[in-house]
Design a protein around this ligand. Structure first.
Ligand SMILES: O=P(O)(O)OC[C@H]1O[C@H](OP(=O)(O)OP(=O)(O)O)[C@H](O)[C@@H]1O
Ligand SMILES: Nc1ncnc2[nH]cnc12
Length: 182
């Protein structure tokens, strides 16, 4: 008998979480990863991700929203600075890099924004892209394009979780695999 809305349990760095099943656009139901509001899990995951940072990395780059606490914590444990791409234009932005992101896993096409003072901190730097979940790889590719447009070089792609198989063409590292659908 198939179970209605099954859950997925993960254990990372000694911390166990049961991920609820959530409906995600055309993906159907996926195991929902939430770092926001969960500092214990975020810290445990960041500590485990530390060894995944490629040698020579000078800056971490992430995008709001759910990956932000993870990148913040990874910055703290690694001692590396981080930058964060926005998904909304803010009134104080000056000459931002504007990059359209493809329709992503959750079915929402978005525009990414990186203000020029932050883009300047990627120039000439080895930049590791940090994500909570990598699914289609669309977010990773969009962030890589922003690194390139800022004059930096991508040193690697790091994610806490890989969901499904569709991001195979990107050379990323991850801690745990999640099913594409539950
Ligand atoms: O590999 P992809 O198919 O691009 O999917 C992965 C992205 O999807 C999620 O972001 P989401 O759109 O849920 O935004 P949020 O973090 O603002 O909630 C997640 O945080 C990744 O950034
Ligand atoms: N499993 C997941 N949890 C949170 N955000 C996601 N975006 C794509 N897949 C996701």
């Amino acid at each position: 008998m198939t179970q209605a809305n099954p859950e997925v349990t993960v254990k990372i760095g000694g911390v166990t979480r049961t991920l609820p099943s959530a409906r995600a656009g055309s993906m159907g139901r996926v195991p929902l990863v939430e770092f926001i509001g969960d500092s214990e899990f975020t810290r445990a995951v960041a500590r485990e991700m530390l060894v995944m940072i490629p040698e020579g990395t000078e800056v971490l780059l992430t995008v709001v929203t759910n990956a932000l606490p993870l990148a913040h914590e990874l910055s703290h444990v690694s001692g590396l600075p981080y930058e964060c791409v926005r998904k909304k234009r803010r009134p104080y932005m000056q000459d931002p890099i504007i990059q359209d992101a493809p329709s992503m896993t959750l079915g929402v096409a978005e525009t990414f924004w990186l203000d020029s003072p932050h883009a300047a901190r990627l120039k000439g730097k080895q930049v590791a892209i940090v994500q909570d979940v990598i699914s289609s790889g669309g977010t990773a590719q969009t962030l890589a394009r922003i690194v390139e447009r800022s004059g930096g070089t991508v040193s690697g792609y790091l994610a806490a979780f890989r969901q499904g198989e569709s991001a195979l063409s990107l050379p990323f590292k991850y801690l745990e695999k999640l099913p594409a659908h539950i």
